[in-house]
Design a protein around this ligand. Sequence first.
Ligand SMILES: NC(=O)c1ccc[n+]([C@@H]2O[C@H](COP(=O)([O-])OP(=O)(O)OC[C@H]3O[C@@H](n4cnc5c(N)ncnc54)[C@H](O)[C@@H]3O)[C@@H](O)[C@H]2O)c1
Length: 327
Amino acid sequence: MTVRIGFIGVGGMAEHHIKTLQRIEHAEVTAVYDINQERSQEVAAAYGAKSFASSGQMFDSGEIDGVFICTPPFARGDIEEQAARKGIHILSEKPVGLNVADARRKEQIIRESGIIHTSGYCLRYLDTVAKAKAYLADKKIDLILSYRLGGLPGPRWWRMIEQSGGQLVEQSTHQMDLIRYLAGDVKEVSAIHEQRHLRNIDPEATAYDVGTVSFVMESGAIGNITSSCLANYVGRGGIEFFGHDFYVMVDIPTLRIVDDHQDITEVSKMDFYYEQDKAFVEAIRNNDPTLLLADFSDAVDTLEVTLAANDSAAVRQPVVLETGKER
Ligand SMILES: NC(=O)c1ccc[n+]([C@@H]2O[C@H](COP(=O)([O-])OP(=O)(O)OC[C@H]3O[C@@H](n4cnc5c(N)ncnc54)[C@H](O)[C@@H]3O)[C@@H](O)[C@H]2O)c1
């Protein structure tokens, strides 16, 4: 069976997925829709797909089995619900919206529909992350340090906090998600966000450009993620896990493990987007959601932690997360 794939939103990330899917057996990109219809037609022509005038028309067409949702975070509307109700499988790019209540409502509809569902937490697919997960499974983690330092992403919506959610929600969400994947849930966050320079670049920008969030894990471990989108001379994206008897560093694409018996460094050769997109295609072909390493619910859980950090930054107070979520 060939899995027919549609795209909603065909900007930079979507085009990368489309190119990746061209290398994946049993996958065919058949349909695209972008609110910018010129862009939609251009991408359709470049990749041999059909351009649609709305997401609804695409979902009603019977021409797709799965959909990649690649609109910016503020423009998710009811796309996931529409797809789920039509039985169309979903890969919804991170972050899956900017409001937890909306995302939880979508989660319920998606889960009840029985479709295959996942999000774009592609770093989970690295073999080095799998090794770190296996190593850390029986370890007592005490401290977690992480960074997301780099330059300013291109899209204008990115620098508007009401459209992107800010760097932690939109970008360092990858680090927060890996921390949750490797070390369990977060129960409390305390964040500081400041805008230091961004308005000199764009006078209307509302996002912060330096931010730090401290957190307490359900295990009792504590940690921190520090982010900046104006770190133009150094890039960092790693996560360090400290325990009294080990040290683990997960970077992209490097893994280091140090304990009394070893000091190993491995560099992954994997293309994590390829692995993720292939897993989605195979999960649809085989009707097997266990091939996917993150589902929509995982994405909502990570979103909830990062939005709680925004709440904390707004009031300069710690925020305690709800625990014991039902699945
Ligand atoms: N997983 C990753 O590593 C990764 C990397 C980059 C971006 N992303 C995510 O992918 C998503 C898209 O990011 P991008 O960099 O491609 O942005 P982009 O601005 O390049 O593209 C977004 C596209 O969506 C279209 N669009 C906007 N509103 C729409 C709507 N209502 N309906 C249909 N189309 C609409 C725009 O016209 C644009 O073509 C974001 O959620 C981002 O966080 C993920």
